[in-house]
Write a protein that binds this ligand. Structure first.
Ligand code: ADP
Length: 253
């Protein structure tokens, strides 16, 4: 079991000896212990199928652990109401996952409306977020298919931030855009994070992206093992003796 304890601040997310086994016999995550402090970006990195997404989804209880405890802000996620838990955790996925028949403003206002903010306040907040993520005000009236892939990803980030959640989960959010736009989106995320100081968990299989964005990098290897968790200078390049180097296949995806 690898334990990773980073930073001195309050623990925001904690995995205690967490495993996830699927009914078909796959062990997606194996005895994971990891503590993430409030604020900062933790990147989960590793080749395809090594348990990154499963780990991420256990934070907002989209996947429930087979054993062990996942806590957010000191509370076991299994004891929380799942819908309430998810409204307090922003979630960004590849290709944004926007509602195609809702305008951009309405997409961004989704969670505030669910929280009962009232239409006017929710739309005002959505307009504020459009600006925050660098989109022109008039894009709020458009529909997702009228925006580029990169713009849609910005909307996805805005939607996740709408209710100002302390935690933001990002699953390969920039994986489907071209390299130039990807770099712009990475810069935007770093700029936003400088202002907002969320606790971000970011999944990628791209080590360059991990090093660029991460305050700390958790390296996984096949079988759902956490091999190492450290700030980028200590984590990359890896010492030649680390066991994951042999199994690491950066081009496997
Ligand atoms: P990653 O995000 O690193 O690509 P995942 O967490 O998606 O990896 O998957 C880890 C392992 O669990 C993989 O072998 C995958 O095939 C398996 N897996 C994921 N979801 C399921 C499921 N619902 N049922 C069975 N196996 C699954």
């Amino acid at each position: 079991m690898t334990i990773c304890r980073q930073g001195k601040g309050k623990r925001m997310i904690s995995f205690k000896d967490v495993s996830k086994h699927y009914p078909n016999g796959t062990t997606a995550v194996d005895h994971l212990s990891l503590e993430l402090p409030e604020g900062g970006i933790t990147v989960l990195v590793g080749s395809s199928g090594c348990g990154k997404t499963t780990t991420l989804r256990m934070v907002n209880r989209m996947v429930e652990p087979s054993s062990g405890t996942v806590s957010v802000d000191g509370r076991d996620v299994l004891e929380a109401d799942a819908a309430e838990l998810r409204r307090g955790i922003g979630y960004v996925i590849q290709q944004a996952g926007l509602f195609p028949h809702r305008t951009i403003l309405d997409n961004i206002a989704t969670v505030p409306l669910l929280l009962g903010w009232g239409r006017r306040k929710a739309r005002a907040r959505a307009a504020e977020l459009l600006e925050l993520v660098g989109l022109p005000a008039d894009s709020g009236k458009r529909y997702p298919h009228q925006l580029s892939g990169g713009q849609q990803q910005r909307v996805g980030v805005a939607r996740a931030l709408a209710a100002d959640p302390p935690v933001l989960l990002m699953d390969e959010p920039f994986g489907a855009v071209d390299p130039v736009v990807r770099t712009q989106l990475q810069n935007e995320l770093l700029r936003l994070q400088g202002e907002l100081r969320k606790t971000v968990v970011f999944v990628t299989h791209d080590i360059d992206e991990a090093v660029r964005l991460g305050d700390r990098i958790a390296v996984f290897r096949t079988g759902g093992h956490l091999v190492q968790c450290a700030p980028p200078p200590n984590c990359w390049p890896p010492p030649p003796t680390t066991s994951w180097r042999a199994s690491w296949a950066p081009n496997a995806d």
